[in-house]
Design a protein around this ligand. Structure first.
Ligand code: ADP
Ligand code: MG
Length: 321
């Protein structure tokens, strides 16, 4: 049912950066320690993600690219307590519906690797291939199957910036994992390290030197992170790096709470630069709001918001000369 696949794909795969997010999250779910990302032509030409995770068994390759097939959810109750990042089984088939998808994978218990290809929603049978344990996912000619979507992509520079922002956020979410991004002939490396080291790599030495450590806990909600100096420039959401239970989120309420925490010490035209990790009982948060899975719904929004605002305010006040 290829039309339905294309409609579903539109929900998950908005732009090249959304493909990068889905594929890197899969690599993290697979326990990768090292993730290599290669991008050509702003992701429309090529997105290649190679990981050293547990891999996919040959028998499971066709399943991985079928709709609603996921290895990460055993029962419906698991939905509310989900800990892995992917769980819908929609990303790979959606990507296969709008681009040329190839997956080469060697499962950690297998003797060899296998490769499967999907083009315009059609899957070819798996073939033997060569690689070590782990998975390489390659997406070429993204949106060639949906020219309308291709037309609505922004300028190459904008899509490239969105990819680099996505990789930064994912890298901040998993400091113990090494990342390499090769894009437009430029290589960016984030070697594995502590949260603070990763913040320095991603946001720069100036951020790291000025930043105030954030730590607070109340009613089972824990908040940690780094508060940087406010900056001028574009939208505040771009400088608010927020994570819920280790997942990247882009949530207006969280961004606004961070901003409210800075309010007293920040001029009108400035934006907070902050990395904020929120840990909360998985049953008290819904991460299933949208297939792109970037916004969240808390059972008690006020408690989360209140703790973000008050802890940021207090930390900033304490650090003031
Ligand atoms: P989901 O992540 O929601 O389960 P996906 O469509 O993203 O759905 O992936 C489908 C399945 O393919 C996953 O459940 C997983 O079993 C397998 N898979 C995808 N990418 C990888 C990877 N990099 N390493 C190991 N398994 C993978
Ligand atoms: Mg996934």
């Amino acid at each position: 049912d290829r039309l339905i696949d294309k409609i579903a794909a539109g929900e998950v795969v908005e732009r090249p950066a959304s493909v990068v997010k889905e594929l890197v999250e899969n690599a993290l779910d697979a326990g990768a320690r090292s993730i290599d990302i290669a991008i050509e032509a702003a992701g429309v030409g090529l997105i290649r993600i190679a990981d050293d995770g547990h891999g996919i068994a040959a028998d499971d390759l066709p399943l991985a690219v079928s709709r609603h097939c996921t290895s990460k959810l055993s029962d419906a109750a698991g939905l509310s307590a989900i800990l892995t990042m992917g769980f819908r089984g929609e990303a790979l088939p959606s990507i296969g519906a709008v681009g040329r998808l190839a997956i080469t994978s060697r499962h950690r218990e297998a003797d060899g690797a296998w490769r499967i290809a999907v083009d315009g929603g059609r899957t070819a049978p798996p073939e033997p291939a060569g690689r070590g344990v782990g998975t390489t996912v390659e997406v070429r000619d993204l949106f060639h199957a949906t020219p309308a979507r291709l037309k609505f992509l922004k300028a190459e520079r904008t899509e490239t910036a969105a990819i680099s922002d996505t990789v930064k956020r994912l890298a901040l979410s998993a400091p113990g994992v090494g990342f390499t991004l090769v894009m437009n002939g430029r290589t960016t490396e984030y070697p594995p390290g502590s949260t603070a080291e990763r913040a320095r790599q991603v946001l720069g030495p100036e951020f790291a030197e000025e930043a105030i450590a954030l730590a607070a806990e109340r009613e089972g909600i824990r908040i940690t992170g780094h508060l940087g100096l406010p900056t001028s420039g574009r939208a505040s959401s771009q400088h608010a790096y927020a994570f819920v239970n280790g997942r990247v989120v882009r949530d207006r309420q969280i961004t606004q709470a961070i901003r409210a925490g800075y309010q007293d010490v920040m001029a009108r035209d400035r934006h907070p630069v902050a990395v904020v990790f929120i840990e909360i009982d998985p049953a008290a948060v819904d991460v299933n709001v949208h297939p792109a899975k970037a916004d969240v719904r808390f059972r008690d929004t006020q408690a989360v918001r209140g703790l973000i605002v008050s802890s940021i305010r207090r930390h900033l006040a304490e650090a003031a000369p």
